[in-house]
Design a binder for this molecule. Sequence first.
Ligand code: FAD
Ligand code: FES
Length: 252
Amino acid sequence: MTAWDDHWMRLVSKEVHGERGVLVFEAPTLAEALEPGQFLNLEAPGRLLRRPMAPAVVAGRVLVFVRARGVGTRSLLGLPVGASLRALGPLGNAFPLPAGRAVLVSGGTGVGPMLFLARRLAALGHEVVLFHGARDASEGFLLPFLRRSAAEVRFFTEDGSLGERGFPTELLPFALRPGDTVYAVGPEPLMEKAARAAQAMALPAYVSLEAPMACGVGSCLSCRVELRSGPVHVCKAGPVFPAEEVFFAEPA
Ligand SMILES: Cc1cc2nc3c(=O)[nH]c(=O)nc-3n(C[C@H](O)[C@H](O)[C@H](O)COP(=O)(O)OP(=O)(O)OC[C@H]3O[C@@H](n4cnc5c(N)ncnc54)[C@H](O)[C@@H]3O)c2cc1C
Ligand code: FES
C-alpha cells in the first residue's frame, strides 16, 4: 500500500440533499493511491482537527459521501465548489479480496467505501451484489452512484418510500450462498446483523469500524477499541477488521 502524504483536494462539484451529500474532489495522485476501505483525514473548514472520511474513487475523482453530524461535517457540506482542502491519506488498511462472489452491505455513509469496493471487484472480474439501506427516499440521490458500481443493486428504505421496504439485513440471510464473502459498512446494527448472517453460514465477513479520531496516524491514541484479540487503534490496525474480531454492542 502507498505511504500516506498530505494532498490538496479541489472541490469540483457537489450534490447536497438536506443533511447528506456527496463532494467530488480532484486529487489525481491521491485517487491513484487509494484502495477501497482506506480513509482520509480531511480538513474541515474553520476547524483545527481534521475529520476521518472513507471515500470512493470514481472516474479518477475522489468522492466523499458526508452526513452532517456536527460542526465539521456541516462545514464540509457547505464548502463552495472551487475551494481546496488538505487531506492526509491514504490512511488505514483496505478490504481483502474475496475468493468468489462478494456481497456488499452498506448503510448511511458506508456507501463510499462499498461502492468503491464494488467497482474495484467488478474490474477484477468478481461477481458483486450490493445491498444498500437508507432511511427514506431522500437518499435516492445515491441510487445512480450505486447502479453504476454494481450489476446487481438492492436498495431498501425503512419506510418503503423508495426501493424495497425494510432493512437490507432482513433479506441478506436468504441471498447468501456458500463461497460468498460479506463486506458491511454502516451503522453498528447493520454490520452486526450482516456479520451474524455470514457467521451462520461460516462465510468470511469484514466490517469497517468508526472510532473518534484526531490524528489518523497512530500518534494521539484516541481511537482505541477492544477486539477479541486485544486492544487496537482503529486508524493504524483498521478501519477494516474481520467481523469475528469485533465485539458488537447488542446481541442480535
Ligand atoms: C474510518 C472512518 C471513516 C469515516 N467515513 C465517513 C464518511 O465517509 N462520511 C461521513 O459522513 N462520516 C464518516 N465518518 C464519520 C465522521 O468522521 C464523523 O461523523 C465526523 O468526524 C464528525 O465530525 P463533526 O465535526 O461533524 O462532529 P463532532 O461530533 O462535532 O466532532 C468532534 C470531533 O470528534 C471526532 N468524531 C466525532 N464523531 C466521530 C466518528 N464517528 N468517527 C470519527 N471521529 C469522530 C471528529 O473527528 C472531531 O474531532 C468516518 C469515520 C471513520 C473513523
Ligand atoms: S486517531 Fe490518533 S491514534 Fe488513531
